[in-house]
Unconditional design. Structure first.
Length: 315
């Protein structure tokens, strides 16, 4: 018997058949932002989930449950989006669980995507065996999942782990959540891209450094080491990532900190210097035995963690 894992992001939904050991047997991804969210994400998810099950010959009776991983702040009890930081139309207030229950009669659970990623890493990934761990996802924004005493921290309303919206700069940059100085305004890949684009606009960097002129996380790291100005920008950005991480480590005292997102593949240019900056800035007792490394499960983490949560809490 298997589960279905569904990972709903801001650009696509990933759907997979996952067994009780966390192995992804079959998975597909579908666009959810094809019309600028004029079609509500949940409508697309339900349509594609129905299609996926039919295409793979999956019936309700074949499944032990469905675990949903979703972007935004999630009320895990109601299975509802209670906050979306203001950047996805037709998402905040969506009761995901109710919509899924209309097409599937078995157990359904819903949890924030970064929390699901943390659970997946604790189950079969880089935090396996750790009772206290933090997983920080760095991409368009910054997300996080916190495991304490072997349990995911959900908080009073299910919104715990919004690490991207801790404030690291008083009167800093305006964030989409309405606050200023949020961590993700400095530590996300989006923030890095903006820093590089500003340097190009002011003539400090040449856009030709980035091949076809497209500036994104991949092209920035591909150009690293070729220009001293770019290397200084990268070092400054990694310092911003360390800023928030130092505080997080002092609050939660984890055994393991894992970094997720595409940028985590940059071991020499990102993970290693980040580890050095963090270890040099935290109190010695917190550095003792601390593992800081890249997450291991990649794009499957949300689906896998959602299934793990469903295995433990589905009803």
């Amino acid at each position: 018997m298997n589960y279905i894992g569904v990972d709903i992001g801001g650009t696509q939904v990933k759907i997979g058949i996952i067994d009780e050991k966390g192995t992804v047997r079959k998975a597909s991804a579908y666009d959810v932002a094809f019309d600028g969210y004029a079609t509500p994400i949940i409508d697309t998810v339900v349509t594609k989930l129905t299609y996926f099950m039919k295409e793979n010959g999956v019936k309700d009776s074949d499944l032990l449950g469905m675990g949903i991983s979703a972007t935004g702040q999630i009320d895990v009890n109601a299975g509802k989006v209670i906050g979306a930081a203001g950047h996805i139309k037709n998402w905040e207030g969506c009761c995901i669980k109710d919509h899924i229950k209309r097409i599937y009669s078995g157990p359904v659970t819903v949890m924030n995507d970064a929390n699901c990623a943390a659970l997946a890493e604790q189950w079969i990934g880089g935090a396996k065996g750790a009772s206290d761990a933090v997983v920080i996802t760095i991409g368009t924004g910054v997300g996080g999942g916190i495991i304490a005493n072997s349990e995911i921290i959900c908080g009073a309303g299910g919104g715990a782990g919004e690490l991207g919206h801790i404030q690291i700069r008083n009167n800093g940059k305006r964030c989409s959540c309405g606050n200023t100085g949020c961590y993700e305004q400095y530590a996300s890949v989006t923030a890095l891209v903006q820093m590089v684009k500003r340097a190009c606009k002011t003539g400090k960097l040449k856009s030709s450094l980035f091949g076809d002129g497209v500036i994104n996380g991949r092209t920035i790291f591909n150009a690293a080491g070729k220009d001293s100005c770019l290397d200084k920008i990268l070092d400054q950005w990694i310092g911003y990532v360390a800023d928030g991480m130092v505080g997080i480590i002092h609050i939660f005292n984890p055994q393991v900190v894992l970094i997720g997102g595409g940028v985590s593949a940059q071991k020499e240019r990102f993970i290693d210097p980040l580890r050095t900056k963090v270890v040099n800035r935290i109190m010695p007792a917190y550095a003792q035995g601390l593992k800081l490394d890249a997450a291991t499960l990649g794009n499957d983490a949300g689906m896998v963690g959602a299934v793990y949560y469903c295995m433990k809490h589905g009803k």
